[in-house]
Design a protein around this ligand. Structure first.
Ligand SMILES: Cc1cc2nc3c(=O)[nH]c(=O)nc-3n(C[C@H](O)[C@H](O)[C@H](O)COP(=O)(O)OP(=O)(O)OC[C@H]3O[C@@H](n4cnc5c(N)ncnc54)[C@H](O)[C@@H]3O)c2cc1C
Ligand code: SF4
Length: 514
């Protein structure tokens, strides 16, 4: 459905669903007489991977609020609402290029290579040039990242992060890091212990307004067979809601964030995490504001340094770093498969029906709510997939479909690189491999599980522990030169041939589809 529309625009300014930056969307040379903003709700964006309903609502509700803002500001806009049938961004654009015949199409660098290709194809077919504008939402431009990467044998987040701290003067004391160290993780990452988590704020997130409620109804009807229980929707879809979510996090969670960053507990899914991934990725919240709000809390003595530094590192370090890797290495990156993993994704990833309590808990949580925190992603779901040997492309699509904050530029390096080691070590210096003992240490999942985390064979064997030894065994040669795995490999060498043979059999049977 079209809104305000100059009949023959000279320039079409596309705004994609994750580019809703209220402060930066108007280019400096904008001319309301000849420029027309263009947005489209395409069903393909929710179906090319079978997206969680929470993720779809986040995008559509945020886009409709952004549209309403433009209309209120009387900014010329052509907006296509989700039609009843199938629709694709490239298809919408091709039709409009044919009809409106603009001289040029302009868009901020898309964060999904597939989308960039489809827009480029539509423009090429119509003979209209496509201009890609620099994405100013990020603190590190792609050129700066390329300069950082040039000539380095390996890229490590830690060195990049230090450069960013210096350049943006965050938590700095002159030339030195505040507190005398760049990283305080030795003081973070405790488990909860037997008593469980301290009381975390129970009411998190935002109450949907009328626009969002309409989208919830639409998505529940239109994508009825997609995962997600929309009876509770808490995600920010406007800059105001995003600012409130940041404020709540800084007041109520940041002081405890670092300490329990890696801990997990049954039925406690938000804990002390910020839940800001989705509003930041949609551009509703400027990452600079999140970084400065945390720094200010530390300076006011409202949050300890390890928690503040840990939070800032995630945004100023990891988030910028994975984005740099994505644009540096795509399109090949998505198809990497260093470990030659070739098993299909087990069906229970889509139902949560498994006897492994940790997987059951983390999977049902994300299938219902669209959220899981970093360690649930990396050290439970991602770890299981790595040890099982799931094809990286399949597990990547599963992650891309199911998390409210999922966009290709951030999901793909985290899944393909960090969690599946499919890039052979570009993102991480070693595979994140561990037995069930790690999960036992960081959660209460094992207490109610029929399996025993320390056992690798026999009726009570923990599948993680069985698959862990089998993983090291299968990749002995490939990983032999990785110094950071030397202790794990030495432990493997201590297993008897009889035990290894039992483990291999048990691992094969775990991989067999039930
Ligand atoms: C397998 C796997 C898949 C992931 N997929 C995504 C994804 O699709 N989208 C996404 O935004 N993040 C992803 N991450 C990174 C991270 O897990 C999430 O950003 C975080 O859990 C989001 O929850 P939160 O907002 O409560 O974050 P918090 O734990 O409160 O962290 C604060 C913020 O730091 C940033 N951040 C933290 N870690 C990372 C990281 N590794 N990469 C990029 N940004 C980071 C995010 O903006 C996050 O909101 C993934 C990690 C793994 C291991
Ligand atoms: S015993 Fe193994 S499968 Fe069960 S919850 Fe613990 S780690 Fe998960």
């Amino acid at each position: 459905m079209a809104s305000i529309s100059p009949s023959s625009p000279r320039r079409l300014l596309l705004v994609l669903g994750d580019q809703l930056d209220y402060e930066r969307f108007v280019p400096a040379d904008f001319d309301p007489e000849s420029d027309l903003f263009w947005m489209a709700e395409a069903s393909e964006e929710s179906t090319h991977v079978r997206s969680n309903k929470h993720r779809i609502v986040c995008f559509l509700a945020a886009m409709r609020h952004f549209r309403n803002h433009l209309q209120k500001e009387k900014i010329p806009l052509l907006y296509h609402e989700l039609p009843d049938g199938d629709s694709a961004l490239g298809g919408w654009l091709a039709q409009d290029l044919n009809r409106l015949k603009p001289e040029i199409v302009s868009v901020v660098q898309p964060g999904d290579h597939r989308v960039e290709q489809s827009l480029a194809e539509a423009c090429r077919d119509a003979g209209v040039p496509l201009e890609l504008r620099e994405d100013e939402h990020f603190l590190c431009s792609q050129q700066e990242f390329e300069d950082h990467a040039r000539g380095r044998k390996s890229l490590r987040m830690e060195f990049f992060y230090r450069e960013m701290r210096r350049k943006h003067d965050v938590l700095m004391d002159g030339k030195d890091p505040v507190g005398g160290a760049w990283n305080f993780d030795k003081d973070n990452r405790e488990s909860f212990g037997k008593q469980g988590p301290p009381t975390a704020p129970k009411t998190r997130g935002c109450t949907p307004d009328e626009v969002t409620r309409e989208v919830i109804e639409l998505v529940d009807r239109r994508f009825a067979d997609h995962p997600g229980d929309l009876s509770q929707f808490i995600w920010p879809v406007t800059p105001k809601q995003a600012a409130e979510a940041l404020d709540q996090f800084i007041r109520e969670c940041l002081p405890t964030f670092g300490r329990y960053q890696d801990a997990m507990w049954t039925d406690e899914y938000t804990l002390f995490h910020s839940l800001l991934g989705s509003p930041i990725n949609l551009r509703l919240l400027d990452p600079r504001k999140a970084i400065r709000a945390a720094e200010q809390a530390y300076l006011r003595d409202d949050a300890p340094l390890p928690a503040t530094e840990g939070f800032i590192r995630q945004i100023l370090g990891w988030r910028e770093y994975v984005r740099g890797i994505y644009h540096l290495r795509m399109p090949e990156y998505r198809d990497l498969n260093f470990l030659e993993a070739d098993h299909p994704l087990p069906d229970f990833f889509w139902t949560g029906k498994t006897e492994m309590t940790c997987m059951q808990s983390c999977l049902t949580q994300v299938l219902d709510t669209g959220y899981g925190h970093h360690i649930q992603r990396l050290m439970v779901i991602g770890l299981y997939s790595l040890l099982h040997g799931v094809r990286p492309g399949e597990i990547n699509d599963w992650f891309l479909a199911n998390y409210v904050d999922a966009v290709d530029w951030v999901t793909t390096p985290n899944v393909v690189g960090m969690s599946q080691f499919a890039d052979g070590g570009i993102m991480a210096s070693k595979p994140y491999s561990a037995t069930g003992a790690y999960i036992d240490r960081m959660s209460n999942y094992c207490k109610s599980c029929k399996f025993k985390p320390k056992e690798s064979i026999g009726p009570n064997a923990c599948p993680f522990t069985t698959l862990y030894w089998d993983f090291l065994d299968r990749h002995r040669d490939r990983l032999a030169n990785n110094q950071r795995l030397s202790m794990q490999m030495r432990n493997l060498a201590r297993l008897s041939e009889e035990k290894l043979s039992e483990i291999r059999k048990a691992a094969d049977s775990l991989r067999r589809p039930s």
